[in-house]
Ligand binder design. Sequence first.
Ligand code: PSV
Ligand code: MN
Length: 424
Amino acid sequence: MNINKDQIAEHNKRLEPVQKRRFEQLAAELSGAERIVQHLVDFQVAIPSWALGTGGTRFGRFSGGGEPRNLQEKIADIGILHALNRSSGAISLHIPWDIPEDYSAIRTLANQHGLAFDAMNSNTFQDQPGQALSYKFGSMQHVDPAVRRQAVDHNIEVIKHGIELGSKSLTVWLADGSSFPGQLNFRRAFQNTLESLQEVYAALPDDWKMFVEYKAFEPNFYSTTVGDWGQSLLYASKLGDNAYTLVDLGHHLPNANIEQIVALLLMEGKLGGFHFNDSKYGDDDLTTGSIKPYQLFLIFNELVEGMDNRSMDHTKDLGWMIDASHNLKDPLEDLLQSVEAILIAYAQALLVDRPALAEAQAENDVVRAQEVLQHAFRTDVRSLVAEARLRAGAALDPIQLFREIDVRGRLIKERGARTVATGL
Ligand code: PSV
Ligand code: MN
């Protein structure tokens, strides 16, 4: 199904008078509202192909209906999101779940929906049917060189798919690690992993980036071979200029100061991209901004400050991706909420009075520094985000329109009530 311009126009016509009043009132109070709205119009967040179906836990999976059955339908789902918010103009694929049968047809379809191909993701954390060697004891860290070779070859194959689609980056997340003390020689595991990554890096086209994603624990519970940002940075630094660290918000030990991690990675020119989600306990993969919106704002505060400090392009120089899983909500509604939360945090970070904050810091005025940050965080910027949508041709209230025109009901009619998307 497609959402047409008339449906959006009719919806916006109804909501526009209230939006106009809210926006004008806020714009009169703020300096630079127009600049912020333009930044918001330009900002795009990639949607992961694996987040369009209902996720599960290790205890079970309660599927919704109308889930995408193949890559074409995943692209169509993201097309719906992008038509509704005009901020989801990219898809991130996971191989082998999303191997295209016909590159040119897939490129054309994505193009029709206004979607680009963001980072390609490899998968050496599961064994695939017919796979020669098992990843049970790791992939790139493995004691057997033949398993490492298989993992390297898989990543090179992922790059090849990406080249055909016009992607420009590869994200490598390894489940490698150990679950018991003594299981691994840490140094050897690191060296094996580094050598394997070096082979993949050598196969990377010059205009591509490699993102090394870290994760503190799970599926391994004693050690992870790319376990934190320090280890990721070590690999990325040894690999070369086109290798970067990728921060997934759910991949830290409790209470880690992610905003500080982000600030230092940016300072070193080694922050490559983001996987947005939220969590209370571990890698919960909940809707972005649903649990810790202040932390999300503080992260964006460092991102904006750090990117501006290096004269970076907010939209192009980092990979912005969601990585979430939905057990209870409609995946598409959940993704709309995540994108909205990201844009709100970004808008609030753009609002921070930087000279006032710098002055407070220079004077050790801790109270004033907090006031400056919280003034921005407590500003209700939703009318700026909505204004950006209006100007970009999106719906003023994407979730409301999604429900008004019964998108899910129509997808169920089209695809069936018992479809299950590929992925986790
Ligand atoms: C692992 O937890 C992760 O965050 C990686 O990014 C994977 O690619 C993704 O989730 C899906 O398993
Ligand atoms: Mn991730």
